[in-house]
Design a protein around this ligand. Sequence first.
Ligand code: HEM
Length: 415
Amino acid sequence: MSAPTAERPPEEVPVPAHVPADLVHRVDHHNDAVVKADPIGFMDELRERHRVFYSPVYEGFWAVTRYEDQRAVLQQPDLFSSSPVGLPGGPGYGGHKLLPIELDPPEHSKYRALLNPVFAPRRIREIEDSARRISNELIDQILESGESEFDFITAYAEIFPTRIFVDMMGLPMERYKEFLQWNNALLHSAQIGPGLEEKRQAGVAINQYLTDLIEERKKSLGDDLVSVLIESRLDGDRLTDDEILRTVFLLFMAGLDTVMSGHSWLWWHLARNPQHRHQITDDPSVIPTAIEELLRYYAFANDVRTVRSDLEFAGVQMRKGDRVWLHAGSAGRDPREFPNAHLVDLRRSPNRHLAFSAGPHRCAGSHLARLELRVTLEEWHKRIPNYRIPQGATVNMHGGGVSGLDTLPLEITTA
Ligand code: HEM
């Protein structure tokens, strides 16, 4: 699932006149070697040097680096629109806006309200037993293979959230590998060169699959998420097929890759920090705060906004249409918000990280994401308390909208 290497760097756009020359700093968050070497930490030095800088690649964008400024952008949708999503970004997939992420309030609130009950803590608790069962089945497979070395991503991290998602959506379990491939092509392929075509094809395939699925569900409703959306009412009317498609498409994009990446970052950390692993095995009650702390330190889902009208922000003039990139990990490691930000403290409190964003678009699936991470942390460490990255093993990482590890070789050890 590693991203194809880009054939050529993205073209630079001319720097607009309103951007001060000393704030221009070329960062390609998809392809730069420094990004791939450390997709989160590469921003540490830039954040301390620049409150805001401008990168002239893709469409050209402002990077707002610090915690308070990022929170301010996210909490002012009247100044910063969430459409289009992504950088580079287009008007959703198939030319339509993804729902609800590419709508601004007040329109956004109505569509978001449809999702809130489905992902409410009470509904999410109902899937806990089945998540534990899936987790243990995957751990069984790893232990029964008799191999002491394996790739955590392909053996666990990408399968676990996909199977949970497939269950929630009422999709055929036997096709989960296909969904995974589409997801990887859509979200991990390079933004330039052959990767773009791979991305396009995956988008078309998902679109077609979901269109057929909605058609099928309309004939026979179940208790899955697609059926819930079909039965939903918005201002008294049913959603159109197109609205359902644009919502389910977003869930497909938002619900798999993020949880997969979350697992990859957490296990990357725990494999290299036995003291934290031991803290978890010795006292599992630390797990909830450990999740928040590791999400802060490895905040991997980056947000993008578009300036709605000319304004001054963080000491610079921004123009209508300027794009704004918010690297969540940069905010998560900002020492202005987090004392000893460079240290991982599994009991850190308070911990108001931005890993799930802030403001109206704050992650709708955060309870589900937390449940998935908690279940794996609990089940895994009961059965595989000790593991490490084998000596000399290669670990591949990717940057982009959601950064993560492509491969994470692990070796089970006895201590
Ligand atoms: C650790 C895992 C996850 C992380 C770090 C994460 C992160 C995020 C972030 C940062 C946003 C806001 C984007 C923005 O403001 O532009 C977001 C939005 C969203 N997420 Fe998650 N997410 C995760 C898991 C999930 C899951 C499991 C689902 C559902 C299956 C989900 C569904 C959504 C939806 C629907 C939105 C759009 C909300 C809106 O526009 O109102 N996410 N997520």
